[in-house]
Structure formats: structure tokens, C-alpha cells
Design a protein around this ligand. Structure first.
Ligand code: GLA
Ligand code: ZN
Length: 679
């Protein structure tokens, strides 16, 4: 199985960056220099128009496409594809001045002044009309331009607007969802603190001035924000879809940003894309960070069900908005790019091509620095990366085929984060990445999916802290296990439904049968406290959360060794149908996660990208077209490492045959082509 390249007829990994030629309208000779240097850097795509509205429509209704015409032609002449943006991410001043309704209102009900970006009202009919108009012009003008490759919708959609239009739209959305106020009151449990609503107009989104304690309301508001953003995006897309049906649409998302449910937003897109800004430090913390970043790549791959995604932005060096704007150490730029491709990205793109001369991002890493020449370390590293990516045409469109999935559910995250009790910081995302890390270390590919995705194709599904069971999820898990799948759940599972109403009759709610347990109480520990737990003849430590459970069909594989619940089950397994369901009752240490999931990897025979054990700090990922595998081996440590390759392989980078040991420099990598029809 192989997908078409993202840009039809352009079967290359896209290597590129954001490019802001409108900042250099007065010194156009720089554009020619840019083209020359883009060629030297093996850049084949540039993202343009992202913040160009003021240059494209300097006065209301007066468009000036002349400069973009020139740029598009220059790109084409230089063999570069345009990732062409719609400009809604930032507005011209005239627009905000004339139509203040386009300016966002905060949760404190104050309207912002003109400025900054990513701060429009998604509901405003004026903003929607203005956006649709300029998008239509762009599509008409460039729809058949040979440089046009991808539509880049807006920029990093996010945030929320509390203006009267948005609040009314929220109420209308609620009316459709609940039909009756009685149903809404029941779902939101509004008898609590006398919150019963007797008229739709009384309902206000959560605010520091108002309510934050009705969690059903807060959850619905978050859902609405996603729906309204998706609806705005659809309105933006309408002229593009109509005039250029063959040009794929994407938008650059922000990884684990939780203001939007990206699984839902992505349903409207052709391709998922994200902006990747890890704070690499050039020390051993890069190993854990490497694992965390790869988790997010996996999630992005799953947003469109395995279709190659785009790493739309990444910094070639320092990131100006981070606490410490550390330089990328030598080799890091290439490793960061290869890592994206390893997990299914068909692009390695940066922010930005040339540093702005002024304003906020003038010290953000870029391919071309203020010195303006190709004679810099970062430029050379970008160019080397481009040359490497140029050898990976055969990887384009290939897929990752994991037999393991981790559930990352954004609605569940919202519910956990707003719930009060147990611990202030419940650490859902951290828990997910801790459960993912053993697979990363072993070179076992993992899908990161939410509750709406099918489970059928996996051997193992791990659902840490699945506090909220969305409709149908429990049934899906039961069917999965009954059919022979292995399921792993943890403490804090099956507490509430989609309205954040607790399941009556005990936790883990509708998962009681498949897990074969009943949870009675949750003990929360102070940060310095630990509890010992046994499993498989070894002793491990629990921290933070220890759930006290009873067996109802399951058997205990591990137990607490301390406190009043000493001797009660801490790790259980339930045979159910043809499969098994495990429950981990406490937040256990990394050693447990490694040993426990290592046991499951062996027992279930999960696919490893490479046969043998990988050295500490290294990982391997595999993409396949069904006939050949492309195995990416990567070293995130600061030391040279030797990776054992047992099959006969050929390096796509050195074009040499490999059998036996491959030595990887610190931050080194290789891409091996291995003939094997994939399982
Ligand atoms: C975001 C934006 C870019 C740029 C970068 C800087 O990802 O999309 O426009 O501001 O951050 O890191
Ligand atoms: Zn609004």
C-alpha cells in the first residue's frame, strides 16, 4: 500500500520553509538571492502568503497580486512548489478598523485591539465574507499555476472568541444538540449550586467572570470551539474546493495543543500537518524528548488514518519564543527532519527561510541568517539535509503499519484536566508518553488514535487514564478483546460519560466486565510519597495515584506491598472471549512500563522495525510500500552507538550494502532499504 505524493506528479519528500517575500517588497533583488540559495539548500517547496493579506488587499476590495504573480513564477522557474496560504491568520489594519466585529473577545468579555495575529472571531459574517472573497481570488488566479502544490489554510487555528455572535452561535449549537432545556439541565447536572437554566439566553460560555464548575457546560463549550473553528475553516475552503478540487488542503496544527480537537478538525482536511518545536538541548534529555516528539508524529499520521502527513514547520536552529533560545547542535537539524519522515511525514519544512529584518521573529532560526549568505553552519546543515531527503524519493507515500495503538483522546483530556479531585495536575499527556516510551525504545511502531477510530487492525491497544468513555467506546473495546485483542487500561478509567457524569454502579463503568474488576477508591499520594508494588516476581514503585480494586473475574498478577491496601491487586488480567484485558491500578515507574510492555511485545510478537535489541538512546521505525521496508535507525544520544542489522539491507544514504553492525554518530541516523514483504 502506497499513497500518491502530496503534490500530484511531484514524488519527492518536500523540503522547504515558510517564506515571506512580502517583507522585502522594497528590495526585490533579495528574491533572486533567495531563489539561488533555495537551490543550494535543495529546497523544493516554499510556504507563501501566510501573512500577506495587507500586501494582497492593501485597501478594501483593491487587490494587488502583482508581487505574488512574480513570486509564483519565480518558484516555478526554480522547480519549487508553493504551499500557498489563505491569509486569514492575520488581518490588515483597515479591516479591523472598519469592522470591529472581526476582533476577538476574550473570556473576560473584553474585545481586543487590532494587532498580533490568530485572533479573529470565527463566527463574524464579515470576516467569513472577507476571507472567502480573497480566497476565491487566490484560487481563481493561481488554481492552474504550475507552482501551486498545496493549500495552507490560515495559520495555527486556535483560541476562542466570546463575542455576542459566538455566544449566540453556541446557544444555537446547544439547541440542536439537546433540543430541550430539560435534557440539557440533566446532562449538565445543573441542579448543582442552583445552576438550572430556564431560558437558553441564560447560558454563557465559561469565563473567569462566570462559571467554571459545570463541567458538562465547559466540555460542550470546548466541543463548540472545535466545531466553530472547523466551520470557519470549511467556509474558507469552499472557494478552494470549488475552483481547485485537485489541490489538497491542509492547515498547520500544533501537536498536543488542546484548545481544539484535531481528530475532528482533520476530518475536513486532505492532509494533516503540524508545527514541531521541541526544545532539544543537546544532552541526554534529547532521548526522552525524541520519544515524546515521535509520539506526536504518530498522532499526526493517525489524524488522516495513516496517510503521510506534513511537518509544516520546525526550527532550523534557535526558537525565539522559548525560554532558552538554544542553538541546534550540529546534526540535530537533520535528525529532527529524518525523525519526521521515519514516522510518516512526507515533508521536512522549517520556519523560516530568511530571518525578518524587524519585529518579533528577527532572531528566530532560519535557513538564511541576517548575514545573507550561504556561508553559515545552519545553512550548510539545511542544505545537507535537503541532499539527504533527495535520496528518499522511494519513501514517498509509503506507510507505517503498527499493530499497536495508544488511545489519546482530546475530549478525555479536557475532562481530566477540568475535573477537581485526586491531584491538581493529573498528568494525562505525561502518562501517555510514559506508556509510549517502551515501544519507542524497542522500535515498535504505534498508532496514536482517539476514541472514534476503529481498533480492529491492532493486536494491542493501550488506553492510559481513559477517564471518559465516549459513546460506543466500551462496546468497541469489548468487541476488540472478545475478538482476540489485548487491551491495557490503567487507574482512572471509565469514570464518566461524555457529559462528565459519573457512571453509577461503580468504576470502570461499562468496562467492568471486560476488565473483570471493580474500583472502589483512589488514593492520591503527596509528591514525595511512594508505594511498593510487586509484579512478576519483581518490586516496582508507584507514585501519585493508587487505585484500590477488587477482582470480579480477573486475576491479580501484581499487588500492593504497602499501606492499608497492601495485598490487594495492583496489576490484573482478565481473559475475555479470545483476548485479554489488563488493568494497571497505580502510576508505576519506567522500569515497570519497560518490563510489562516488553512482556507484551514478546508474548504478542509485535513487529519490531529491526530484529534485535536497540542500544539506549536509539530507535528504529519502518515504512513500507508492501514490498520493501524502509527502516530508519536514529541515535538521539550524545554518544556513538552500534546497531545490529540482521537482515541484508542497503543504505539509501551511502548506497552501500549492510549486514551486521551499523555505527551511528551522536545524533546520527541511517535509512535502510530491506526487501521483505510486509506481514
Ligand atoms: C508558529 C507560527 C509561525 C512562527 C513560528 C515560530 O509555528 O506558525 O508563523 O511564528 O511559530 O516558531
Ligand atoms: Zn466571536
Amino acid at each position: 500500500m502506497k499513497y500518491d505524493p502530496i503534490i500530484r506528479g511531484f514524488p519527492h519528500i518536500l523540503h522547504g520553509s515558510d517564506y515571506n517575500p512580502e517583507q522585502w517588497l522594497g528590495t526585490k533583488e533579495i528574491w533572486l538571492e533567495d531563489m539561488r540559495m533555495a537551490g543550494l539548500a535543495h529546497i523544493n517547496s516554499l510556504s507563501v502568503g501566510i501573512f500577506s493579506w495587507a500586501a494582497l488587499e492593501p485597501r478594501e476590495g483593491c487587490y494587488d497580486f502583482s508581487w505574488l504573480d512574480e513570486i509564483m513564477d519565480l518558484l516555478d522557474k526554480n522547480g519549487i512548489k508553493a504551499v500557498l496560504a489563505t491569509p486569514s491568520g492575520a488581518r490588515p489594519a483597515w479591516l479591523s478598523q472598519k469592522y470591529p466585529e472581526v476582533l476577538r473577545v476574550g473570556a473576560d468579555r473584553r474585545r481586543i485591539l487590532y494587532g498580533e495575529r490568530h485572533n479573529h472571531c470565527p463566527t463574524s459574517p464579515v470576516y467569513r465574507a472577507k476571507t472567502a472573497a480573497i480566497n476565491e481570488k487566490l484560487a481563481e488566479r493561481y488554481g492552474s499555476h504550475p507552482a501551486l502544490g498545496v493549500w495552507h489554510l490560515s495559520n495555527e487555528y486556535g483560541g476562542e472568541c466570546h463575542c455576542e455572535l459566538c455566544r449566540e452561535a453556541f446557544r444555537a449549537w446547544l439547541r440542536t444538540r439537546y433540543e430541550s432545556l430539560d435534557d440539557l439541565n440533566e446532562a449538565w447536572w445543573t441542579a448543582f449550586w442552583s445552576h438550572t437554566f430556564t431560558d437558553w439566553s441564560q447560558i454563557e460560555p465559561p469565563s473567569p467572570l462566570g462559571d467554571n464548575s459545570i463541567h458538562g457546560l465547559a466540555l460542550d463549550w470546548k466541543r463548540f470551539v472545535t466545531e466553530q473553528t472547523a466551520d470557519f475553516m470549511a467556509a474558507e475552503m469552499e472557494p478552494l474546493r470549488r475552483l481547485t478540487p485537485d489541490i489538497p488542503c491542509t492547515t498547520n496544527m500544533m501537536g498536543l495543543y488542546d484548545g481544539l480537537n484535531y481528530y475532528r478538525l482533520s476530518e475536513k482536511l486532505d492532509i494533516a500537518a503540524w508545527d514541531n518545536y521541541p526544545a532539544w538541548r543537546g544532552d541526554d534529555s534529547d532521548i526522552e524528548l525524541g520519544s515524546q516528539v515521535s509520539f506526536v508524529h504518530n498522532m499526526n499520521r493517525c489524524l488522516k488514518d495513516g496517510r503521510p502527513f506534513m511537518m509544516m514547520e520546525s526550527s532550523p536552529s534557535a526558537t525565539n519564543w522559548q525560554e532558552v533560545g538554544k542553538l541546534r547542535r550540529p546534526g540535530q537539524l537533520a535528525l529532527q527532519g529524518i525523525q519526521a519522515v521515519a514516522h510518516g511525514s512526507d515533508t521536512v519544512q522549517y520556519f523560516q527561510f530568511r530571518k525578518s529584518r524587524g519585529s518579533a521573529e528577527k532572531f528566530h532560526g532560519a535557513v538564511v541568517d541576517h548575514v545573507g549568505t550561504e556561508g553559515t553552519r545552519v545553512f550548510r546543515e539545511a542544505a545537507q539535509t535537503g541532499a539527504i531527503l533527495g535520496k528518499l524519493d522511494s519513501v514517498v507515500g509509503t506507510v507505517v503499519e503498527p499493530d499497536t495503538a495508544i488511545i489519546y483522546d482530546v475530549e478525555n483530556r479536557w475532562a481530566i484536566d477540568m475535573s477537581q479531585g485526586f491531584l491538581k495536575q493529573k498528568g494525562y499527556v505525561q502518562t501517555l508518553t510514559e506508556h509510549y516510551a517502551p515501544f519507542w525504545r524497542a522500535g515498535v511502531s504505534v498508532d496514536v488514535i482517539d476514541s472514534t477510530k476503529p481498533l480492529g487492525s491492532y493486536k494491542l491497544v493501550v488506553a492510559p487514564m481513559l477517564y471518559m468513555l465516549r459513546p460506543g467506546m466500551a462496546e468497541k473495546i469489548e468487541a476488540f478483546v472478545r475478538g482476540g485483542g489485548t487491551f491495557v487500561a490503567t487507574y482512572m478509567t471509565g469514570y464518566v460519560d461524555e457529559h462528565d457524569l459519573c457512571f453509577q454502579g461503580g468504576f470502570p463503568g461499562a468496562l467492568k466486565n471486560v476488565l473483570g474488576i471493580r474500583c472502589e477508591e483512589m488514593d492520591s499520594l503527596y509528591p514525595e510519597e511512594r508505594r511498593r508494588v510487586s509484579w512478576n516476581g519483581e518490586v516496582y514503585t508507584a507514585r501519585d495515584l493508587c487505585e484500590i480494586v477488587h477482582l470480579h473475574g480477573a486475576s491479580a498478577e501484581g499487588e500492593y506491598l504497602e499501606d492499608f491496601y497492601s495485598g490487594t491487586p495492583a496489576v490484573t488480567v482478565n481473559r475475555f472471549g479470545a483476548g485479554e484485558a489488563y488493568f494497571i491500578a497505580a502510576r508505576l515507574d519506567d522500569k515497570f512500563n519497560n518490563d510489562f510492555f516488553g512482556m507484551l511485545m514478546d508474548k504478542l510478537g509485535l513487529k519490531r522495525a529491526l530484529g534485535g535489541r536497540l542500544p539506549e538512546g536509539c530507535t528504529a521505525c519502518s515504512r513500507t510500500d508492501g514490498e520493501e521496508s524502509f527502516v530508519f535507525i536514529m541515535n538521539f544520544s550524545q554518544e556513538e552507538k552500534t546497531v545490529r542489522v540482521e537482515e541484508s539491507a542497503r543504505s539509501l544514504l551511502t548506497e552501500e550494502d549492510i549486514r551486521g553492525d551499523v555505527t551511528l554518530a551522536p545524533r546520527g541516523f541511517d535509512v535502510l532499504r530491506i526487501k521483505r514483504s510486509v506481514e
